[in-house]
Design a protein around this ligand. Structure first.
Ligand code: NAD
Length: 298
């Protein structure tokens, strides 16, 4: 099957490569030259631009940073036409970016008017999950479109959930990431407190992992350098899930909470914590670097 893949960053690059490895004909594109070069070296066919990538594609997948990128790509911006105008009728569009549910719904409506099927399918599982092909997909859209997407999603992920209508995948994702942001900040505080008391971060992490404080950060993504060899913390907080992307997701959760008149005190506090961390110059580092905020300086 011919697939267009737009957005070859920390997540999109390995996801596109997994589709290629599974035997699909992937035509990929990213605005960043280094991202294209990296994936090109991995064996992906790089198209000249997004319009060239979608020519002849049966499915278009996008993995972009935020709402404004997805809206500009599909609907156009500043007088530039959107990609929907170049996608053939009957094509399936899968957007896996984490964006506002309202933006997914806006793009889906325009796609429907053009005879194009659209689902939102944000993911969880981090860059490790993207590389291993074990992501969790949270899908919003009609069941028939999900069934068309399923064989491809299975090449990139291990869990596929149908959350509801278009936008529901995004709602599930921001609930998950609000919890993740809170858990990472809390895990960082607990480890920093133990280390300040002279505890070995490996031993303390293992104690908490097997106790009632156990969570995903302690399982797979420890914020303390050297505890998990493959976690961003052990690689100078490079790659992974950027602090500014976590800040975006916590902002989406707060916007939603405001609209719903929901009470999310810890989510609001977590947004402020990551905002302060970003302002301190750590926006481009992995979000687990939030531990630096609470670590004793030597
Ligand atoms: P990233 O910043 O590493 O990659 C995004 C890529 O999109 C960049 O290479 C950028 O050049 C490209 N891009 C932006 N606009 C474009 C356009 N118009 N055309 C082509 N390319 C364009 O981000 P990421 O970490 O891969 O995350 C992507 C999305 O997935 C985000 O919404 C993020 O919140 C979400 N997400 C990330 C993780 C993670 O662990 N990194 C996990 C789950 C979900």
């Amino acid at each position: 099957m011919q697939i267009a893949f737009i957005g070859l960053g920390n997540m999109g690059g390995p996801m596109a490569l997994n589709l290629q490895k599974a035997g699909h004909d992937v035509r990929a594109f990213d605005l960043s030259k280094p991202a294209c070069e990296k994936c090109g070296e991995g064996g992906l066919k790089i198209a000249a631009d997004a319009t060239a990538a979608v020519q002849g594609a049966e499915v278009v997948i996008s993995m972009l940073p935020a709402s404004q990128h997805v809206e500009a790509l599909y609907l156009g911006r500043d007088g530039q036409p959107g990609l929907l105008g170049s996608i053939a009728k009957g094509t399936l569009v899968i957007d896996s970016s984490t964006i506002a549910a309202a933006t997914s719904q806006k793009v889906a409506k325009a796609a429907e008017a053009a005879g194009i099927a659209f689902i939102d399918a944000p993911v969880s599982g981090g860059t490790g999950g993207a590389i291993a092909g074990t992501l969790t997909f949270m899908v919003g859209g009609d069941a028939a479109a999900l069934e068309r997407a399923r064989p491809l999603l299975e090449k990139m992920g291990a869990n596929i959930f149908h959350a509801g209508a278009v936008g529901a995948g995004q709602t599930a994702k921001i609930c998950n990431n609000m919890l993740l942001g809170i858990l990472m900040a809390g895990t960082s505080e607990a480890i920093a407190l133990g280390v300040a008391n002279g505890l070995d971060p490996r031993v303390l992490s293992e104690i908490m992992r097997r106790s009632s404080g156990g969570n995903w950060a302690l399982e797979k993504y420890n914020p303390f350098p050297g505890v998990h060899e493959n976690a961003p913390a052990s690689k100078g907080y490079a790659g992974g899930f950027g602090t500014d992307l976590m800040l975006k997701d916590l902002g989406l959760a707060q916007e939603n909470a405001t609209a719903m008149k929901a009470s999310t005190p810890l989510g609001g506090l977590a947004r402020s914590i990551y905002a302060a961390h970003s302002l301190a110059g750590h926006g481009g580092e992995d979000f687990s670097s939030v531990i630096k905020m609470v670590q004793k300086k030597n």
